[in-house]
Ligand binder design. Sequence first.
Ligand code: TRP
Length: 329
Amino acid sequence: MKRILTGDRTTGKLHLGHYVGSLQNRVKLQDEYDTFILLADIQALTTHFKQPEIIRESIYEVAIDNLSVGLDPDKATLFLQSKIGAIAELTVFYSMLVTVNALRHNPTIKTEAKQYGYDDLSYGFLGYPVSQTADITFCNADLVPVGEDQIPHIELSRKIARRFNDMYGRGQEIVREPEVLISETPRLVGLDGNAKMGKSLGNAIYLSDTIEDVNAKVKLAVTDKNRISLKDKGNPDICTVSQYHKAFNASNYENICEMCRNADIGCVACKKLLTEKLNGLLDPFREKRAYYESHRNEVRDIIVAGSERANAIGNETVENIKKAMSIHL
Ligand code: TRP
């Protein structure tokens, strides 16, 4: 079985954008691949080092988000980054193979630095793509299923793996060169029409939202602003709700757009259709979530067992890498 690795920073609960961009895909892939899911609490520190209590609580939230949408702990290995010493060790070794300029030019780093208002970057933040390379390679992952914004990081991981093997491999592959697997679903817009759904943007529907939350949020979602009365013909191309129909109600999408253009459906009714669809998707997740929330010890056990498995593999990788680099007595 080929191995995949992906994961999330533990900086808060996950939303529908994460679901369409990543979670949905990993749940599908767990049947075909040996699946490793990382709870990236160390990477979370790169932006949330002043709020360690958020990171700690989010470990459980993100773990339960994953389990609630169908990640099966008997199939997938869910583990905690800070428990894997190999990741920290590999990060140090790999850091020699990357220049500061290469990191500075990473477009995702640039976007995030702007988003967080950093003008001078911490060493840890600038270097997190190196640590991410360790996340991916410590377990010899073949594939990394992620959203588009992660492409520059995986490109870097490939470069580091190649450089390592060229330099220390003596013709052998010591570090597995990973491949990126991009989610086919386009990025989900925010309820406010913002290009991205994000927790810092306040425009997200969370996997943990109740029926009432979803109803209230969809009611406030931005539609075609030129459409004032029911008789006005709408333009679904500039409507947030239509994009959600596309993502979550695909079989009805064309039909709904047609009705909107002809003023055969109003925004209230259109939103109601969406709300029903979203709650239909979320209901089974809510049921699983309720179980795990009342069995937090079980969640803990899952993470501990996953981290043990990850450690066994990681320790072996570190041995191989040190041997290749002649770091031994
Ligand atoms: N950087 C990823 C994100 O922000 C999270 C992450 C950390 C990750 N390590 C990873 C993703 C390794 C894939 C592989 O979503």
